[in-house]
Design a protein around this ligand. Structure first.
Ligand SMILES: N#Cc1ccccc1NC(=O)[C@H](C1CCCCC1)n1c(-c2ccc(Cl)cc2)nc2cc(F)c(F)cc21
Length: 233
């Protein structure tokens, strides 16, 4: 039986990433807002664009805390942020969706999202992903590392120095692998399962632009930042 040990520098890395992840979270909890009231498709769309805009700002702050990220080539830094912003948003949404709430609240939240204005055809892939994240019962450190690993994906479009990105992603993957063995000793496949979720996450990337433009309302307005990050307008 392999004796898994987290080294001193891996403990330091975990602390940096987990602190940055907890520090850079969306202030207002959108789930609470959705549970309070039933909003129109227009109001929900506006809420989404506000959430997504603040999520990008939060993502940039989190990413700046990833050791070595700021030493990457500047265009590559932008390419990594642009390439991972949508996935980070869905990963964050999945984590919010998976949080255990008082009886019946999770069902109400799902219903509010189902009726928020998103086109029917995207419900299944989106909720399948949310549920597949939910069943993993990830701890905060795993969520933080998974977000960092998503950002540090070497094969994003327009990344020039992929090796430099791999050198940053590898220590994160190694640390996450050890964490999974220590946190979920009864699930030897847990680490592989987590990485499989990142593949499922990429498919949501594919749908996101259409999810937005097909929102059940006319005249979809996006902030300039979202036009940059989402392939819309
Ligand atoms: N959460 C969260 C979150 C954090 C940062 C950025 C965006 C976020 N997502 C959001 O706000 C949206 C809201 C926005 C208002 C209308 C209903 C969906 N959202 C999404 C959703 C994101 C995108 C796209 Cl195309 C469709 C859906 N899946 C959610 C799951 C949840 F459980 C949840 F509470 C909220 C969720």
């Amino acid at each position: 039986k392999e004796k898994v040990e987290i080294t001193k520098e891996q403990q330091a890395l975990m602390k940096v990433i987990a602190d940055a992840y907890n520090r850079h979270q969306i202030p207002q909890d959108v789930a609470k807002k959705l549970l309070q009231d039933q909003y129109s498709a227009e109001e929900n769309f506006l809420l989404l664009t506000e959430m997504a805009t603040s999520q990008v700002q939060v993502l940039v702050e989190f990413t700046k805390n990833i050791p070595g990220f700021l030493s990457l080539n500047h265009e590559d830094q932008i390419a990594l942020l642009k390439g991972s912003a949508v996935e980070a948003m869905f990963l964050r949404s999945a984590q919010v969706f998976s949080k255990k709430m008082p009886n019946g609240h999770n069902e109400v939240l799902e219903d509010r999202i189902r009726r928020s204005g998103i086109s029917e055809e995207f419900m299944t892939p989106m909720f399948n992903f949310y549920k597949s994240i939910g069943v993993l019962h990830m701890v905060q450190e795993e969520q933080a590392l998974l977000t960092a690993i998503t950002i540090l994906t070497p094969d994003r479009p327009y990344v020039k120095d992929q090796q430099a990105v791999e050198r940053l992603q590898e220590p994160m993957l190694d640390l996450l692998r050890k964490l999974c063995v220590l946190q979920h000793p009864q699930k030897p496949q847990y680490f592989a399962c987590l990485l499989g979720r990142l593949t499922e996450l990429r498919t949501l990337n594919y749908y996101h632009a259409e999810m937005l433009t097909s929102w059940r309302m006319n005249d979809h307005k996006f902030t300039p930042l979202l036009c940059e990050i989402w392939d819309v307008e």
